[in-house]
Design a protein around this ligand. Structure first.
Ligand code: PHE
Length: 347
């Protein structure tokens, strides 16, 4: 009896480690433990044995059962592991087309900023930036804007509460901080840092206490341009403006300057442009931005000698340019995050 049981175990020890599939494992195991298995057959003979022998044989059978079951478990585990290893070992086919990935698109304002910066880069300008939180000095005093100028009024500019300290923004003690109301602050910061000659464009956010409507937003974007060198004249300003509008709106674009006033430029102008291919706005003058020759007082405020240096500056509304370029009728579209609007600018 014992030999028979050991034979069965030996058979299992040989066959189960060789099994290739789970079905084979289950068949081999059943040939011992199943209803017609040989160990089951031995188990069925127990009642015919002498009462003394029965518990001994019963023990042997139980041990054999356990041994066979653990051999079967090991075989199942081995087969499963091999299957996984094979699946993992498969190399991806890199010649297959990649799955569709939903890619974001660049916001139309960012596209416009990049477009204008590219135009200026071709003309030798570099791109500069400065903080959106700035001091009253950088935003107004240094830009020759007198204390009683309406732009400095709390009705127009967003000031922080007095006494607020902002690291790295100001060197002047006891200053008032504000959200810059124009990007002209970058003129001051760039000249203080780099001196002259300098040729920069500075795109960025500006903030005003405006009531939001189709053409006004309390948070908008400007692109400042500053060029300081020896002997820069009004004709240089006109040339860069003519170049800019031709590059943005086509060869038919023309510009004209109308006298205006800004505290930081002298003389100052409003720029109008006209072009042939702007839908219902074609062939009429469109007011677009302010410009001028940098006021000698501004140069003095940043430590440059106005007898040695001169230059021009202008500030362009990015939303306004984007609205004209794409016939957009409401500035609020830019900030509403409506995908039906934004997807129209997907490239
Ligand atoms: N800073 C002016 C504005 O916000 C624009 C401007 C910039 C005008 C530079 C002249 C020179 O309206």
């Amino acid at each position: 009896m014992e030999d028979k049981i050991n034979e069965i175990i030996a058979r299992m020890e040989k066959l189960l480690p060789e099994a290739q599939t789970a079905a084979q494992v289950s068949n081999i195991t059943a040939s011992a433990l199943g209803p017609n298995g040989d160990l089951t057959a031995i188990m069925k003979t127990i009642p015919t044995l002498e009462p003394k022998q029965r518990p001994l044989v019963g023990k042997l059978i139980n041990k054999a059962k356990q041994a066979i079951e653990s051999l079967a478990q090991a075989a199942y585990a081995r087969i499963e592991q091999a299957r996984k290893a094979e699946a993992l070992g498969e190399r991806p086919d890199i010649t297959l087309p990649s799955p569709e990935v939903a890619r974001g698109t660049i916001h139309p304002l960012t596209q416009t900023i990049r477009r204008i910066c590219d135009t200026f880069k071709k003309a030798g300008f570099t791109v500069a930036e400065a903080t959106e939180i700035d001091t009253e000095w950088h935003c107004f005093d240094a830009l020759n804007t007198p204390a009683d100028h309406p732009a400095r009024d709390a009705q127009d500019t967003l000031f922080f509460p007095a006494g607020l300290k902002v690291e790295n923004v100001s060197k002047h003690a006891d200053e008032l901080y504000l959200l810059r109301s124009h990007t002209s602050t970058v003129q001051i910061r760039a000249m203080l840092k780099e001196g002259a000659p300098i040729k920069i464009v500075a795109p960025g956010r500006a903030f005003r206490r405006d009531t939001v409507d189709a053409t006004h937003s309390a948070n908008f974007h400007q692109l400042e341009c500053l060029c300081i060198d020896k002997g820069v004249r009004l004709t240089d300003l006109k040339a860069i403006l003519a170049y800019l509008f031709k590059d943005l709106f086509g060869e038919s674009a023309k510009i004209r300057l109308r006298p205006s006033f800004f505290p930081f430029t002298e003389p100052s102008f409003e720029v109008d442009f006209m072009t042939e291919n702007l839908g219902r706005l074609s062939n009429r003058w469109i007011e677009i931005m302010g410009c001028g020759l940098v006021d000698p007082n501004v140069l003095k405020n940043v430590g440059l000698d106005p007898n040695e240096w001169s230059g021009y500056a202008f500030g362009l509304g990015v939303e306004r340019v984007a609205m004209l370029m794409h016939s957009i009728d409401d500035i609020r579209h830019f900030y509403a995050n409506d995908l039906r609007f934004l997807r129209q600018f997907a490239k």
